[in-house]
Design a protein around this ligand. Sequence first.
Ligand SMILES: C[S@@+](CC[C@H](N)C(=O)[O-])C[C@H]1O[C@@H](n2cnc3c(N)ncnc32)[C@H](O)[C@@H]1O
Length: 250
Amino acid sequence: MVIVRPKVDQGKGVVWEGFHGNRVPLPPEADGGGEVSLPKPFYEDTRAGIVIYNADCRDILPHLPKVDLVLTDPPYGVNFKGKETKHTKSSGGYISGDSDIGPNVVSLALEKTTRCIVFPGNRLLHSYPAPADIGCIFCPSGAGRGPWGFTCFNPILFYGKRPGGPTSPSSMKSFHTSDDVGHPCPKPMEWLSWLVSIGSRVNETVLDPFMGSGTTLRAAKDLGRKAIGIEIEEKYCEIAAKRLAQEVLF
Ligand SMILES: C[S@@+](CC[C@H](N)C(=O)[O-])C[C@H]1O[C@@H](n2cnc3c(N)ncnc32)[C@H](O)[C@@H]1O
């Protein structure tokens, strides 16, 4: 039996000890028809409405209630293990699931929401369900290199409709860089803050099934949204929990 007890609580959220499994219990039919409950969160801040699960998102998603917005940055089909750089080395080295898991999970997530925003990366862009709209983060100083030159944009897939209507651009020019938070590929906070603000309203719930270091959740919390994050690697859950427990980010 796993005993779960709070490790950190001071009004800053709770990191739970005891649940570190990556698989959720059996589905109801395999379990004799009983109700399946979600596992204990890795981190929970009930005041702000923030929850993190250390798990495979494919196991958690079917058991979650509907959310207002799914905003996510899935693995891009690039194997970070085979591409060690100074940055990935200093930040823990690799991400799991560098495959086409993103398109499958986005299909699953679309059953849980009417609004969804995805960073598909370039390599797997065409494997995703057809979006309602496409935007980008335009990075004039370059965001990688392709066979035809420097890639200067990060595509964004939009599903559903923007709350309040299409009143401003669905792309953004950016010279922002990511903070060195201990994850090999965190997104800049400014990108996620912009997407949370155009994709959801105050008090709505934002879900990121590939949470990484928790940039989406931190942006959501700062903007008065509730948020659910799922991350398969415990070390990234720890980073996210620490970022969320900070009262103010600089
Ligand atoms: C591109 S990163 C997300 C980075 C994030 N946007 C940030 O700013 O830190 C994708 C994350 O998905 C996680 N991941 C991969 N497969 C997963 C799965 N099946 N369930 C949950 N998380 C998964 C990886 O460990 C990685 O941290």
